[in-house]
Every structure is written in C-alpha cells, then in structure tokens.
Unconditional design. Structure first.
Length: 145
C-alpha cells in the first residue's frame, strides 16, 4: 500500500528507538535483538517481493498468516523497547509519575517478551523463505466443489 510508506514509517520510528536504546548500556542487548529482527524482516520482504511482482499472488499469500504473526511480534517488540527506554528514564528521574515497582514490572515484562516471544520470528522467517509452498491449485479447488 502506497509503495510501502507505512512500513518505511515503522522502520524509521523503530530505528530511532533502537538508537536511543543503544545509548544506554543496559538496553544494548534488546536494541540489538530488535535490530536483528528488523533485518530478518527485510530478508523475508526481499524474498517475497519478486514473487508478488511476478504475479504469483497465491504463492505470495500462501503464508500470509505466518507473515502477520512475524510482523506482530516485531511491532510488539518495538513497543516494549520503547516502554523500556521510558522506564529507564523515569527510574533515573528525581520525580516520577509511578512507583519503582510499576517501572520494574515493565522492565520484567519486556525481558520476558524478548526471551520467549521475539525469538519465534526466526522460525517464521525460515518458513516464509522456504520454497515449498502449500497452496490450493485451481484444479484441486474444482475437484473439491
């Protein structure tokens, strides 16, 4: 849609948060994880784009659910990193809106997400870039009707 403007916008804001997180030594690991995830996403898009441009729409969309799951995990990881950056700032501030436990809860939840959810995109990317596709061909659809 719109030549990928939404994706370009997301990449710009995610990259901005990654840069901000990299400025804090406590956040470099998660910043690198998100950066790696964006790299995986880029590889998948480079793999899938020629398929769409060739007009092989059924093949292109055959694993759309997996693609959406991968993108969801990346977007949520971006949101958690953004929250983690804000929590780090709040914990260093003289005055804050909430107590320390509130911010620590955000930090722990982000660590959980980065340990258990974000790594799942590697398998999604592997599936999306696999040449074996399961699609319903027209002749099979005709036989089923």
């Amino acid at each position: 849609m719109a030549n990928g403007k939404a994706l370009q916008f997301f990449l710009a804001i995610a990259t901005s948060v990654i840069k901000e997180a990299n400025a804090n030594s406590e956040l470099k690991s998660e910043a690198n994880q998100l950066d790696d995830a964006l790299g995986e996403m880029g590889k998948v898009l480079q793999y899938l784009s020629p398929i769409a441009h060739q007009g092989k729409i059924n093949t292109y969309l055959s694993d759309a659910t997996i693609f959406m799951k991968m993108m969801r995990n990346i977007v949520i990881a971006y949101q958690w990193l953004q929250l983690r950056v804000a929590a780090a700032k709040a914990l260093k501030a003289d005055t804050r809106d909430y107590n320390d436990e509130f911010y620590q809860g955000k930090i722990i939840t982000m660590k959980f997400y980065y340990k258990y959810e974000l790594p799942l995109i590697a398998e999604d990317a592997k599936t999306l870039m696999d040449d074996q596709r399961i699609t319903m061909q027209d002749d099979i659809l005709f036989a089923l009707s």
